[in-house]
Design a protein around this ligand. Structure first.
Ligand code: GLC
Length: 419
């Protein structure tokens, strides 16, 4: 089918299957070791900040290692910051001299990244920030209208370069369409002329998915640092850091790393709402990914090898996880993700549909099922201790798509007669 005629659902198909992606924040700011907002937060003059480019020569940059780690984690796509708010491009641009190709490193990291991600069989995403702190017209558009216009033109020109020079690109992940909080009353899509850029991007990459951060909704919602589902039918993806929420780029001392069960619960929560988790890493200035990020991703990958069928292509499942966890589903199959292991018996309340069989994915063993009063689906003969310290999944086959019991008489359960 010609790509130009693909429907939203068709374009979204791979994304819906994927569920788990890697976000990479890496650029000049990595050298500051204090996160990607350092230039602005510390008010570092443009000239001084630009000197970082003389030090930017990442010897351990190995795009295959990034892509390999993403694949090992069970991720299906990667999104890299091709250019963040500091304006430094990791790609070759005719619209700017502030790039890794024209400074010390003399490398097009985006080209290396695209090739490696493709080799690993994953989909390719580009993060691109509309705003660029180097332009006075961003902070005071009325006072510096030419600078504002130059920044907008840079956005248009660079998106065109990114969409033209690197082959097929799967996700265009915008950021930074907002104005500083002291600039009020701006019509954002008009300020950036985003409709024009997005139409151009789609004519060059007809299958592409575009997120909602150019001031226009486009294809994907992007809850940040929380996992909140959009309404059914709308694509969404939560992006999240492993460490403190203020920093996406490398922060040397970043003590609050989420634990493996926390990260997996976020992934399951996304899958339960038919959305994706875009989990961030902030590689070191030399390009390598720190051990504690690698360790977590590998653990997630190990879990996905056993339980991935409950995540990839997941659908919403209306059954209750009660106190124990959450459900995902696929047709007549329900997957009960148990975070708080109850011991030898687990109860799912208010199940209307007949359950046919159940298996514990961690062991491959059958689980005994019994359906009794109040729609209680009782699962017995489970191991006393959690079969997986992070989360265990019980796969249940139902006679039809699982449905909850609707309590017509809200007090009937007290007599064991809920229906
Ligand atoms: C925020 C930040 C930015 C980060 C992004 C990721 O918008 O400005 O630093 O890249 O979130 O979603």
């Amino acid at each position: 089918m010609p790509e130009k005629t693909l429907t939203y659902t068709q374009r979204m198909k791979w994304f819906h299957e994927a569920r788990f992606g890697m976000f990479i924040h890496w650029g000049l700011y990595s050298l500051t070791e204090r996160g990607e907002w350092t230039m602005f937060v510390e008010r570092i003059p443009k000239k001084d900040y630009a000197k970082l480019a003389n030090q930017f020569n990442p010897r351990k940059f190995d795009a295959d290692a990034w892509a390999g780690l993403a694949a090992e984690a069970g991720m299906k796509y990667v999104v890299l910051t091709t250019r963040h708010h500091d304006g430094f491009c990791l790609f070759d641009s005719q619209a700017s001299d502030f790039t890794s190709v024209k400074t010390r490193a003399k490398r097009d990291f985006v080209a290396e990244y695209v090739a490696a991600v493709r080799r690993a069989g994953l989909k390719v995403g580009f993060y691109y920030s509309l705003l660029d702190w180097r332009f006075p017209g961003y902070f005071m558009p009325d006072k510096h209208p030419e600078s504002k216009e130059a920044m907008v033109q840079q956005y248009h020109a660079q998106v065109k370069e990114l969409m033209s020079n690197y082959g097929k690109i799967d996700v265009l992940w915008y950021d930074g369409h907002w104005m500083p909080n002291f600039v009020e009353g701006v019509d954002l899509p008009a300020f950036w002329r985003s409709a024009e850029v997005n139409a151009m991007a789609r004519s060059l990459q007809p299958h592409i998915l575009i997120n909602n951060r150019s001031g226009i909704d486009e294809d994907l919602d992007t809850p940040e640092q929380h996992v909140t589902a959009s309404k059914a039918g709308r694509g969404w993806e939560s992006c999240m850091t492993m460490g403190d929420s203020c920093g996406w780029g490398y922060i040397r001392n970043n003590p609050n790393m989420k634990t493996e069960p926390q990260l997996l619960q976020h992934l399951v929560t996304a899958a339960a709402g038919e959305g994706n988790l875009l989990l961030n890493v902030g590689p070191k200035p030399d390009g390598s990914i720190r051990g504690r990020e690698r360790k977590r991703l590998k653990a997630m990958g190990k879990w996905m090898k056993v339980n991935g069928e409950a995540i990839y292509g997941s659908e919403r499942c209306p059954l209750s996880g009660g106190m124990l966890g959450l459900w995902t589903g696929k047709g007549k199959t329900g997957y009960f993700h148990i975070f708080r292991w109850p011991g030898e018996t687990a109860v799912v309340p208010l199940v209307k549909t007949k359950a046919v069989s159940a298996t514990l994915l961690a062991t491959g063993k059958k689980v005994r099922i019994k359906q009794e009063y109040n729609g209680r689906l009782v699962l017995t003969g489970l191991p006393k201790d959690p079969p997986d310290p992070n989360a265990a999944v019980i796969k249940i086959e139902f006679a039809s798509k699982p449905q909850p019991m609707v309590e017509e008489d809200r007090a009937a359960w007290l007599d064991g007669k809920a229906k």
